[in-house]
Every structure is written in C-alpha cells, then in structure tokens.
Design a protein around this ligand. Sequence first.
Ligand code: TTP
Length: 199
Amino acid sequence: MNTAARHLILASTSPRRRELVASLNIPFEVIPSLADEHYEAAWKPEKIVTELAERKAEAVYHTLEEEQRTGIIVGSDTIVVRDGYILGKPADQQEAAEMLRSLQGRSHEVYSGVACVDSVTGKSLVDYRKTIVWMRECSETEVLAYAASGEGLDKAGAYAIQGLGATLVAGIEGCYFNVVGLPLSLLGEMLEAFGINIL
Ligand SMILES: Cc1cn([C@H]2C[C@H](O)[C@@H](COP(=O)(O)OP(=O)(O)OP(=O)(O)O)O2)c(=O)[nH]c1=O
C-alpha cells in the first residue's frame, strides 16, 4: 500500500472538526456519521468518548463500498464533565444558561475521544485526551447574554472556547484543540501509527 496516497475520512458533521482536520494539510473528505450516541449512565467519561468516537468511525466504515475503502476514518466525540456530571449539548437557550451558571467561577473537564479505523485492513485505534478548563465568575447578565448569543447551543457545555466563549475562560490545562473537539496532537500520533506522517 502506498501510504502517500492515503487520505482521511472525517466521520463528523462538526464544522469545527472539519476546520481542524483541514489545518493538517493532508487530503480528506467528510462523511457524516449516523451512529447511535446513547451511552450507559454508569460509564466513565473516558469510556463514553472513546466508545462514541469508535461508533462514529465504525458506522462510516460500514457504509463504504469495497472500492471506497482506501482512507483512514476518523471519528471523535466531546463531552464536558462537572463534578462527575456529564454536560452534553443544551436543548435550548434556557438549558444553556443553566449549564453556564453551573460552570462559572470554577473548573470542569473536557474529554474528547478519537478513533481511527483503517478502511483497508479494518485495524482501529482509539484514545482520548482530557483538558481542565477554568471559567471565570460571570454575572447573571453575562450568562443570559452569552446564552442568548446562540453560540453555545450546538456545543457540549453550552460554550465555544474558540469564539465569544473565550472571554469566559480564565485558563486551561491540557490540549486546547481537545476542547474545540479534536485533539490534534493525539490525532497526529495515531495517524503516525498508520504510517501517515503529517510533518
Ligand atoms: C466545550 C466545547 C465544545 N465544542 C463542540 C465540539 C463538538 O463539535 C461539540 C460536542 O458534540 P459532539 O457530539 O462531540 O460532536 P458533533 O455532534 O458536533 O459532531 P459529530 O458527532 O458529527 O462529529 O461541542 C466546541 O466547539 N467548543 C467548545 O469550547
């Protein structure tokens, strides 16, 4: 197999993940995944994000015709965890405000799982990264204004560190791109294991 010809298949609907993969400067296509994203309440955060990342990549693998099986499929999943409690995407503006109130003035963790599946061999790798995020104290006016901006509505934890939400973040420990939804250094390490050297 000529590894120089390998490309990535991003199993995601997320525009953020698409932008991050585009920054790697290697050929890729996007095939959104229709994987089941339910998980067991008892699962630990790392189990949730690795399992869902794997499901997203595997679901795309199974939709590919034999002749389409050339690339490395990449699936990813991101959750926000506060005191062991999982925060997914808010259902509406009101829930977004509730999430922000619960996150302000303290730290929480963001977990992203990444799964790579070689569509030629079926070999897969899965791993995750955790980033600690400190959100500054926010007034009720700020919480309501940010929730009303709509920026956090399709984001785990109801904020976007890469947008206006950056003004709420006092600091982080760990990979920034992990918070945005795809830890690029982890992805680079995993791709290397498949013979793709990004640098
Ligand atoms: C905390 C945080 C999350 N997010 C995003 C990353 C993810 O896109 C989203 C979490 O939802 P996910 O279910 O991980 O991903 P998705 O539904 O957007 O895309 P797909 O499953 O098709 O790959 O929240 C940000 O963009 N910025 C942030 O600061």
